[in-house]
Design a protein around this ligand. Sequence first.
Ligand SMILES: Cc1cc2nc3c(=O)[nH]c(=O)nc-3n(C[C@H](O)[C@H](O)[C@H](O)COP(=O)(O)OP(=O)(O)OC[C@H]3O[C@@H](n4cnc5c(N)ncnc54)[C@H](O)[C@@H]3O)c2cc1C
Length: 638
Amino acid sequence: MRPIFAKSWTSFSPLARGVGRGRWQVSRLSSTISPVAAPSTKSRLSSARVLVVGAVFFGVGATLWAGEAFYLAAEEAKGEPSYVPVNKATPGVPGADPAYPKTMTINGEELPVATCFGSDMADINKPRLVILGSGWGATSILKHTQDLDANGYYTVVLSPTNYFLFTPLLPEATTGTTECRSLIESIRKICFRSRAHYCEAAAQDVHFDLKMVEVIGVDGRHFLVPYDKLVIGVGAMNNTFGVPGVRENARFLKDIQDARYLRHKLMTNFETAALPTTSEEERKRLLSFVIAGGGPTGVEYAAELYDFLHEDLMKYFPDLTSSDVSVTIVQSADHILNTFSEAISLYAEERFKKHNINVVTNARVTKVDPGVLTYRNKNAKAGEVDTFEIPFGICLWSTGIGLRDFTKRLVDKIDMQKNKRAIEVDSRLRMKGVEGVYALGDCATIENPNMMEIVKQSFVETGKDSLDYDTFQSVIASIVDRFPQTAMHLEKLQNLFEKYDLDKNRRLDMTEIAVLVDETNKKLTSLPATAQVARQQGEYMAKKLNKLAWTPSAEGSMAVENTLKPFNYKHLGSFSYVGGDSAVIDLGGGRTGGGFGAFLLWRGAYLAKQVSLRTRVLLALDWTKRMFGRYDCSSPRS
Ligand SMILES: Cc1cc2nc3c(=O)[nH]c(=O)nc-3n(C[C@H](O)[C@H](O)[C@H](O)COP(=O)(O)OP(=O)(O)OC[C@H]3O[C@@H](n4cnc5c(N)ncnc54)[C@H](O)[C@@H]3O)c2cc1C
């Protein structure tokens, strides 16, 4: 075992300061991204840049603000919701709706059945829509179904977190670029606008046969909530991949508490390092920040640390030198940001090199002990595997996601659920194996299409043993219609036909089509676990639920559903902040960019995606504060 503490300790040299005034550049296919160094400047932003940034933020913000104000005024003009309180029942009184029993015995335990949330019961007899979660997927449904109740549902939202969290900006909250409050919005407020009922409770199980969700309330008591339609949007949890010591000694960045903890810990470590009683070795350990995982979250945390350390911190801690501080990313793949195009990965790596952020690739973390992370790295020259240790003051674990216990419980009890890493849904987001249940976002995955079935059917229908071009065209159209995710692989029909017509007889037989299907299947990948996917799925679900409202029977509902289009994901681009007012953007199809322009676009897009005017304004204020001011180095205990 070789300690690398002394050898490969990276430091922030003063040279790194002022680097990072990149140039915005979108390129196609073969072009690359090149940063352009700008003159070093002592002030954080030149006045010209302040004006540009300010104008962009406020331009976008003002437009959106006006839009939302107009919308809210229109909503208000519609008047109060036409609720007629029939019964002043105590909230959550079991059996308030006579259609349901007051209690039910589950696994030998008698549990109350909660049918009424709130005092009004005007909608109590409508079909019950239960939404699990208050994250991206769930709030997107609520946002796009502002009139769900009016359309015919009694909507109940169950989640242990009574707020929606804008996760993409969570890394900014770890250093105080944005305040935690600016990233969260009350779920009750969102529910109020959608006439939904919120209950702070976590789902424990779903009794599919009874159509009941078993939940545990914020007070720890169990009860049942009946549903006619259930949407599961409970997200995922961090995956440790079985590496020992991760849960005990590293920290995740998943919720607002994590961001608060990391911000507080950062300051505590600096204060402890600055004590006259702290040894040099301990000081270096305290100021060593290790990030396991080089995806967007890890990269953005490193970038935020870089900004924080270089802009203010060293100035306010004159007893510490930049060589005391180090940031290291340990990544298992060849490159960081490996879900982005290669040009972006190289750009980010180059930038981090300039910023003295240590990037270790092809490395597998084997354990995390208190204050020490151990990883194995293949020595490319010698072909041997070496083991290294990095002492740390903070270790962030951001290597990927896994199933929540609740989701696992559901998947395990349904035979048709073959994918054990997420709830398998069809292309209309229906959970496989049960009726009336949908899943979206990080907890769900769309099944791989069975294209061969459609092909075989067309052979049966035509009664021939091979397809001509016209029939082939209609078979492919039918596949794309049912499985939109195949579209990008099956769009150039003429080319496909010629490529797979191996015997060149202008017809495709079963063997030739089987090769095509096999190769297309290999290219199909699951949708990424991103807010963008969850948000679009929520919007799709909302439209669908609106159409299904008031459909009289389960059979009728299924018939209507089958006529609706399947979910079709549209990739709008991926961003990642890389520090020094620079971001990278990957729009797909080889269109990439990086630099200050991407940074402006990144912030503008996130401002536009806020769920409320309140968070939009708070965020704009936080960013303005950061443009003119400095980081807040105080960190009172909460
Ligand atoms: C730090 C960070 C940065 C990210 N950056 C980006 C980015 O830049 N771009 C991007 O597209 N994506 C990003 N993501 C990913 C994105 O946040 C997720 O893909 C998205 O949140 C998934 O949405 P969801 O609705 O499936 O789950 P979530 O948003 O995670 O919401 C799950 C909800 O379910 C609730 N819940 C949990 N258990 C239960 C239960 N038992 N019963 C009821 N409710 C429950 C939770 O409290 C939560 O409200 C980031 C994620 C993180 C953590």
